[in-house]
Every structure is written in structure tokens, then in C-alpha cells.
Design a binder for this molecule. Structure first.
Ligand code: NAP
Length: 266
């Protein structure tokens, strides 16, 4: 099939070289490579690490077109294709020998005295206070009050993000066939003075989490979404839930998630 393709790459020397070769090979194989991304783009090739894929998602607003990740980064959890397998990859794309793996994204809506702010992320949205003090946050699930959290913050991860920041915080790795939200405390305080869950809690995909600052001095909050950061003052509440925006990655070969998890983490 004569697809319309867009190439997105990070700015390393190795990615630039791969992009040049890839462009030539794609055109030779009959694919149409365009300089700009638009809504008619049928396939996106992303060259870089997982961080590059996260930037692509933000810059292209979580595109509908499937993405193939060519890994020139370090871990390559999303970015599966090694640069020396590009010829096989082009053959498999043209022969339609692939499966599409879909990922749900997460959205956060922040209400402040200055207005509403919205964020979407593929891995996670984390809410943090000032770096030098614990933050105190009231946490509700579907408007039912659950706990007053005290500590560095809360990380709300998607299934896709379960292997990223969530995992470093002691959260669980989740099989991508499950669709859920994982709320993991960041350095929670747990004493007779402060008491909150010290492990992750896992919510079904339909639930909404509401976070409200407990006191006025807690209302300056930093939102970290897929590694990007914004600080908001006079925060009233933050609502976090799964978003309707989904993205898909083109997968070739072995799709067994735990084989991949084993090869990257053990
Ligand atoms: P980075 O600091 O350059 O890299 C973070 C590392 O996380 C990289 O090794 C990256 O893989 C890997 N990674 C990203 N998404 C992943 C996923 N879904 N599963 C497994 N590993 C993943 O920052 P970045 O590349 O811009 O990535 C931003 C992400 O970093 C955030 O979304 C957050 O999850 C993570 N993070 C982790 C910590 C921590 O573990 N303490 C703290 C802050 C942020 P590549 O090497 O392939 O790029």
C-alpha cells in the first residue's frame, strides 16, 4: 500500500544519519514520505528513545496514525525496532505483517484562580509540591473522600507508564491488556502525625481521581506530565482520569509483554 509517511527524529547525530538512510529506503520501497505531519498522515516513523516518542505525542497531539519506533535511545520500551532491522521493518510494513498495539492516555484538568489548564500524557501525570516541604493533598475517588496525603506528591500512571516513573516509585508493572490507572505515592509520610496509603492503589478505567490542596500554602502545585513540567498557583482542584485519546504502535514479531519486561528489567 502506497502510504503517506512522516518521519520524526530527535537531534542526535546517529538519529540524523538513520533518518537520511531511512528516507531513501522508504521512497525506494514505494512509500510516500512527507516533510510535514497532517491529519492525512497514515504512518509515523519515530527515531530516538522512549523520551522522543513522548515528545512526538505531545507535539503531534497524540496522533491517530500508528507509530513505528526505531530505537536510538537507551531503554527502548516503546521504541522496539533496532536500527539494523530497518530493511525487515520496511518489508513487513509493505507486506502488512504487523499488529497494532493500542495505548490509552491520561488527562488532567487543573482548576485555579487563573483559569483551567489541561494536560494529556501517555505515561503519567504526577502532582508535586515545593521541593523543600511535604505537600498535603486531599484525595477523592469519584467524589468520595479517601485520604489526606502527605509527602512529596502523587504519580498517576497509565498501563503504558507503569514501567516508567511508576516502577521507580515502587509501583507495579501492568500487562498492557489491562486498562487502569495506578496511583503511586511519592515519598509518603506515614506516622501518628500523618497517615496515607504507602503502596500504589489501582483504579478501574472509568474512575476519576480528584486532588485538592489541603491548605492555602499547598495550593502551589507542579504538574509533571511525561517528563514536562508546569507550576500552577492558587490551585483549587485537579481531576485526573483516562482520556479518550488513544495512540497505537506498530509491532512486529514476538508480542509477549512479559518477555519484553524481562529483557528490559531483569
Ligand atoms: P529521561 O530522563 O531522558 O529518561 C527516562 C527513562 O525512562 C529513559 O530511559 C526512557 O527510555 C525511559 N522511559 C520512558 N518511558 C518509559 C516507559 N513507558 N517504560 C519504560 N521506560 C520508559 O526522560 P524522558 O526520556 O523524557 O522520559 C520521561 C519519562 O521519564 C517520564 O514520563 C517518567 O516516566 C520518567 N521519569 C522517571 C523517573 C524515575 O524513574 N525516577 C523520574 C522522572 C521521570 P529511553 O532510554 O528509551 O528514552
Amino acid at each position: 500500500m502506497n502510504r503517506k509517511v512522516y518521519i520524526y527524529a530527535n537531534d542526535t547525530e546517529v538519529s540524523a544519519k538513520i533518518e537520511k538512510d531511512l528516507r531513501t529506503k522508504l521512497i525506494k520501497s514505494g512509500l510516500r514520505v512527507y516533510e510535514t505531519f497532517d491529519q492525512d498522515t497514515e504512518l509515523i516513523l519515530c527515531i530516538g528513545g522512549d523520551g522522543t516518542l513522548l515528545r512526538l505525542m505531545q507535539e503531534l497531539d497524540f496522533p491517530k496514525a500508528p507509530v513505528v519506533g526505531i530505537n536510538t535511545g537507551h531503554l527502548g520500551f516503546f521504541q522496539e525496532v533496532p536500527p539494523d532491522k530497518i530493511d525487515d521493518m520496511i518489508f513487513q510494513i509493505n507486506q502488512e505483517q504487523y499488529t497494532l498495539q493500542t495505548f490509552h492516555t491520561i488527562k488532567g484538568c487543573i482548576t485555579t484562580d487563573d483559569g483551567l489548564f489541561r494536560y494529556t500524557a501517555l505515561n503519567e501525570i504526577a502532582v508535586k509540591g515545593a521541593p523543600t516541604y511535604p505537600v498535603h493533598l486531599n484525595l477523592s475517588i469519584n467524589d468520595s473522600f479517601i485520604e489526606r496525603f502527605s509527602g512529596d506528591g502523587l504519580c498517576v500512571a497509565t498501563t503504558a507508564g507503569s514501567t516508567a516513573y511508576n516502577y521507580s516509585l515502587g509501583g507495579s508493572i501492568v500487562d498492557p491488556r489491562l486498562n487502569l490507572l495506578q496511583v503511586t505515592p511519592i515519598a509518603p509520610m506515614n506516622s501518628i502525625a500523618y497517615r496515607s496509603f504507602t503502596s500504589s492503589i489501582v483504579l478501574p478505567s472509568s474512575d476519576t481521581l480528584t486532588i485538592r490542596p489541603c491548605m492555602d500554602h499547598d495550593d502551589c502545585l507542579t504538574i509533571v506530565y511525561d517528563g514536562l513540567m508546569e507550576t500552577h498557583h492558587h490551585v483549587k482542584e485537579i481531576k485526573i482520569s483516562l482520556s479518550r485519546q488513544k495512540v497505537s504502535m506498530m509491532r512486529f514479531g514476538n508480542l509477549h509483554f512479559w518477555d519484553k519486561a524481562k529483557s528490559k528489567f531483569l
